[in-house]
Design a protein around this ligand. Structure first.
Ligand code: ADP
Ligand code: MG
Length: 348
């Protein structure tokens, strides 16, 4: 196996009383699209800033391509960062913005030009070299910011919520584009987001952060299908937790379990062999292509059931509100969760 692009060993950062990052161990592979996902305040940005060298760890080690860079300043690390508030120079055209870093590094003019044009091509903006930032859309500006980082040909590109300022439709388009660009240029991307859908869409692997620690590292499908803890199950998708007495009566044994909303059948869609439970439709949430049915089970918990709007009318769907129903699920779709790591620590 090749040398990992990034290795973090027992990385910790405290700001006074606040432990922002608490003993993070992480290995990011060369060429990987790696995402750090977690709620606001969970330590993602602080980890990224320590990889970049903008922040010194309180303890622990940062290795890039096998080398310990922990004490090195940002410019002595082979990484570049793209932030959410990508400040382009307004008085320079797109080409000059992209060339800027190379000019600072005294790269000769012809090579500068060539590399900047190649970077603009990789983000599909070759035709925009002469424009000013104000003459670009939000998505185009974001791509210029990306080209400005790519032009330095870093081994690792760090991206801190770079799509956060874009509206939903553009963000979705840019997610796919970013993934394509990353595949083309072959650079390791470390991408920070609090948006689980974004992380699932783009990543080879995802680390889920909580309170400065990593709860789980896994590929998107594994994270969704085999979440390690109730926190991960709830943060990545809708979890539908069954625990305590409800778990014992519905699953048949003690533990904490989760069933994804699309795995639960409703009413006449319940299959032979499904485990079943009676309840009342507490609410119906219309979402266009799908509906969410919130079913309050007699056994206690309320489950979200997702059903595609393949047939039937919206009125028919809404009429289920308040009705008694049976829900069912194939026993193999019950995910058994470990206890939350935090709870384990507190209890031990
Ligand atoms: P995220 O990027 O996941 O939202 P951050 O890494 O920005 O999280 O922050 C993690 C924790 O560290 C938060 O509680 C935040 O308030 C705190 N923190 C981050 N930077 C500083 C700082 N420079 N001074 C004091 N506290 C900070
Ligand atoms: Mg942040």
């Amino acid at each position: 196996m090749s040398t990992p692009a990034v290795e973090l060993v027992a990385l910790t950062k405290s700001f006074g009383d606040v432990t922002a990052v608490d003993g993070v161990d992480l290995t990011i592979r060369d060429g990987e699209f790696f995402s750090m996902l977690g709620p606001s305040g969970s330590g993602k940005t602080t980890v990224l800033r320590m990889i970049a060298g903008f922040e010194q760890p309180t303890s622990g080690t940062v290795r890039l391509a096998g080398q310990d860079v922990t004490g090195r300043p940002p410019f002595a690390r082979d990484v570049n960062t793209v932030f959410q508030d990508y400040a382009l120079f307004p008085h320079m055209d797109v080409l000059a913005n992209v060339e800027y870093g190379l000019r600072v590094k005294k790269v000769p003019r012809a090579e500068r030009r060539e590399r900047a044009m190649a970077a603009l091509e990789s983000v599909q903006l070759a035709g925009y070299a002469g424009r000013r930032p104000t003459q670009l859309s939000g998505g185009q500006r974001q791509r210029v910011a990306l080209a400005r980082a790519l032009v330095n040909r870093p081994r690792v590109l760090l991206l801190d919520e770079p799509l956060g300022a874009l509206d939903l439709k553009l963000r979705r388009a840019m997610q796919l584009e970013l993934k394509d660009i990353q595949r083309d240029v072959g650079i390791t991307f470390v991408f920070v987001t609090h948006d689980q859908e974004e992380a699932l869409t783009m990543s080879d692997r995802i680390a889920v952060f909580r309170d400065g620690r990593i709860e789980q590292v896994a590929a998107p499908a594994d994270l969704y299908e085999s979440p390690a803890s109730p926190f991960v199950a709830g943060f990545v998708g809708t979890s539908n937790l069954l625990e305590g007495e409800a778990a014992r009566s519905l699953v048949g044994r003690a533990g904490t379990f989760s069933i994804r909303p699309e795995k639960i059948h409703l009413g006449d869609e319940v299959h032979d062999g499904d485990a079943t439970a009676p309840g009342v439709v507490h609410d119906v949430v219309y979402l266009g292509s799908v509906n969410h049915y919130l079913v309050r089970l007699d056994a206690g918990p309320t489950l979200t059931v997702l059903r595609q709007n393949l047939r039937g009318t919206t009125d028919e769907a809404m009429a289920l509100r308040g009705q008694r129903v049976t829900v069912g699920w194939a026993p193999e779709h019950v995910i058994e969760l470990g206890a939350d790591q935090q709870l384990q620590k507190e209890e031990s």
